[in-house]
Ligand binder design. Structure first.
Ligand code: ATP
Ligand code: SF4
Ligand code: MG
Length: 406
């Protein structure tokens, strides 16, 4: 399953330059019971300015895929077992420079990208924010880490070394003490007030009420929606090229959810940020995404333009997910859950991972692994859409949607 995800459809967004390309990504976990293939050969592209929705049932590997962009999967037990994630920053796109492979660049280069060129919003802002630090300190950290040159600009003709270290949050012990005394005190105060302006602006962008007051608050003093706005302020502070939003509204009630979705959309538009939007909720993905990648048991089952995926799904799993989404046209009792459970991902044999739940599975599906292949402009990993000649089997050995096997 290492085929690159195809660019589906013919819209401008699809033709825009690549921001990231995930190619054959494999992330495993070493456990006593064996090796869990949590992400097992995942490929997809994210293009400039688009939102790619990554959707699938719980445990299918969405978060592990997302965290791999910033190498946040804890190792051990996590193992990056294969593939690469190429990333083009806006600078690389402007200058035609080569992309970097996020899985192999140095830790220093990665820290330079993390929170700066690629930012992440997590599902539970309550856990992601540090309860011991004020909102000012948490948002300011992004500016200190990635915008220290901007903070110093025009502060003084030749800022003393200690002030330069303070702008990068590197001042320690005695240096911190000196910053409280003349002649450095004036510079330090100017630096702090400059950071405060940036923090207040970042918070104001999220339409949070009374940003200056919020800056002095601690996470436990804020509601879930406010905390999520703070995370968004933090994530977008440095105008990243790629925003990864991993279930950003799951912990919120529906009215707040709608406001946060709208906010992400507006900010994405204003900052021209590409977004990888992760959710198990197809209706949310439909609202947010230009293209959709459907993930099942560590693999991409289907990827393509959002309209095509929702109007003409090709993979039995995508069809099953859609049939299980409530809509106004569904009669009472008309929703169909997908039978069975996601399989164990411990040392899986070569097979279509969906075969245990698929009503069309045939012998071939139990012994061979379908590649992600292009069909009418979108990609699908299912033998029902494959060529018998290409696979070297008889046409009657392929599954057919006309024949249910269970
Ligand atoms: N630290 C870990 N140790 C062992 N296995 C892990 C670990 N973290 C994740 N996994 C495995 O990776 C699989 C994928 O996890 P992941 O968090 O990516 O799922 P998900 O699609 O984001 O699910 P959800 O919708 O519930 O957030 C899990 O089923 C689990 O088996
Ligand atoms: S028909 Fe076979 S290959 Fe296609 S989804 Fe079902 S089990 Fe997988
Ligand atoms: Mg998850």
């Amino acid at each position: 399953m290492t085929a690159a995800a195809p660019a589906a459809g013919g819209t401008d967004v699809i033709r825009s330059p690549l921001v990231a390309s995930v190619e054959g990504l494999k992330v495993h976990f070493g456990t006593k019971g064996g090796r869990i293939h949590a992400v097992d050969g995942v490929s997809f592209d994210i293009r400039d300015g688009e939102t790619l929705g990554l959707v699938g049932e719980t445990g299918c590997g969405k978060s592990v895929t997302a965290r791999s962009f910033l190498r946040l999967v804890q190792s051990p037990p996590g193992i990056y077992a294969g593939g690469r994630i190429r990333f083009w920053s806006s600078l690389a796109r402007r200058t035609g420079a080569d992309p970097v492979d996020l899985l192999s660049i140095s830790q220093d280069d990665l820290l330079d990208i993390r929170g700066n060129r690629i930012a992440m919003i997590f599902q539970d802002p309550g856990k992601a924010l540090n309860p011991a630090l004020s909102i000012r300190e948490q948002v300011a950290e992004v500016f200190y880490q990635h915008r220290s040159d901007d903070l110093l600009y025009g502060l003084a003709d030749d800022p003393p070394l200690i002030i330069r270290r303070a702008a990068g949050q590197r001042a320690r012990g005695l240096e911190r003490l000196l910053l409280k005394l003349p002649p450095l005190r004036g510079h330090a105060a100017k630096l702090r007030s400059r950071v405060d302006v940036h923090v207040a602006e970042a918070l104001a962008e999220t339409q949070i009420a009374n940003p200056r007051k919020i800056m002095d608050s601690y996470p436990h003093e804020l509601s879930g929606g406010m905390k999520q706005r703070v995370m968004i302020a933090q994530a977008l502070a440095c105008n990243p090229d790629l925003l990864i939003a991993d279930e950003p509204t799951t912990a919120l009630d529906v009215t707040i959810q709608a406001k946060i979705l709208e906010l992400i959309r507006q900010l994405q538009h204003r900052h021209q940020t590409s977004v990888l939007y992760i959710s198990h909720d197809l209706s949310l993905i439909r609202q947010t995404s230009d293209r959709v990648a459907v993930m099942y048991a560590g693999r991409i089952a289907e990827v393509g333009d959002s309209d095509a995926i929702f109007s003409d799904p090709l993979h039995p799993y995508t069809r099953g997910l859609l049939a299980a989404v409530p809509s106004a046209s569904h009669k009472r009792g008309g929703l169909a859950a997908i039978e069975g459970n996601v399989p164990e991902l411990v040392d899986p044999p070569p097979s279509c991972h969906f075969h245990t739940r698929c009503p069309f599975a045939v012998e071939l599906c139990r012994s061979l692994d379908p590649e992600l292949e292009m069909v009418n402009g979108h990609g699908v990993a299912c033998f029902a859409h494959a060529s018998a000649e290409h696979l070297g089997v008889m046409p009657e050995e392929l599954p057919s949607f006309a024949k249910r096997t269970r």
